[in-house]
Design a protein around this ligand. Sequence first.
Ligand code: GFB
Length: 313
Amino acid sequence: MKKDSKIFVAGHRGLVGSAIMRQLEKGGFTNVITRTRAELDLLSQTAVALFFEIEKPEYVFLAAAKVGGILGNKKYPADFIYQNLTIQNNIIESAHQHKITKLLFLGSSCIYPKLAPQPIKEEYLLTGPLEPSNDAYAIAKIAGIKMCQSYHAQHGSNFISVMPTNLYGENDNFDLENSHVLPALIRKFHEAKESNSPTVGAWGTGAPMREFIHVDDVASACIHLMETYNDPEIVNIGTGEDVTIKELAEIVKDVTGYQGEIVWDTTKPDGTPRKLLDVSKLHKLGFKHTIALKDGITKTYAWYTKNINNKRL
Ligand code: GFB
């Protein structure tokens, strides 16, 4: 990408999109275009096509998606499959019609089989059944990968796909019901500390293992791959290290300074037992994460307390 290349970040207010915006700005990219939901409805094929015709972006980061945690995915599978399929279909087809230079599609580590061998290599995609709690979302994301690969095969489009592991950081969704585990725990421990509550409720058994990567590292990886990687085969983005949810809860407890007890609600689902990504391909491509988990959580907690009155939280 040249510093004045026209770059469209779809989903620029979300967790990943806003981090890509920050990194692009730091990198001196001066021609980045964005649209709010009110300005451009990504679910409308006509509106998206018109936007591409008028703006003619050269590079597209496709970070717009309907996302959520384990319960959000279970409760709203129709929203997850419909909105994700539609957004990505609209953007990928318009990117092809308007012959953009390159597109980067963001998938998710939940595209892999529930019981995939660990760590999960890119080639394990479609080798077994999915985790049922988020299969609607996963199937939409798998369709996005196949779209990019099919446009590459048929039209030679330079559309690449990356699969980040569980993400966290500023501009996350801190809702208690529908968010992911890390923002939910940050909020729960913070509120329990503020109200001197003796206990904090966490979901499941605490035994599942998850890998977490700070969103600033993901954004840097995306920009690195946009500039250097031109292959339709997917690339995992992660740290290659995981923790149990119990260990994660202890770290968040420590960072927030909460002194009480954690109570595990085993009526809530655990989800997939483990999903640790094999990140050797990413490392070979010249990218390694820089933010350690505890440092990233500390940074995110500082951001949360500063932005606690923000409407999105
Ligand atoms: O982050 P999370 O909702 O999603 O949950 P997944 C991870 C683990 O944390 C599960 C436990 O075992 C939860 O039971 N957990 C403990 C909690 N306390 C909490 C809490 O207060 N809130 C939440 N949300 N979880 C998601 C997929 O799966 O992974 C998405 O549903 C996406 O589609 C994302 O792919 C990366 O890691 O299980």
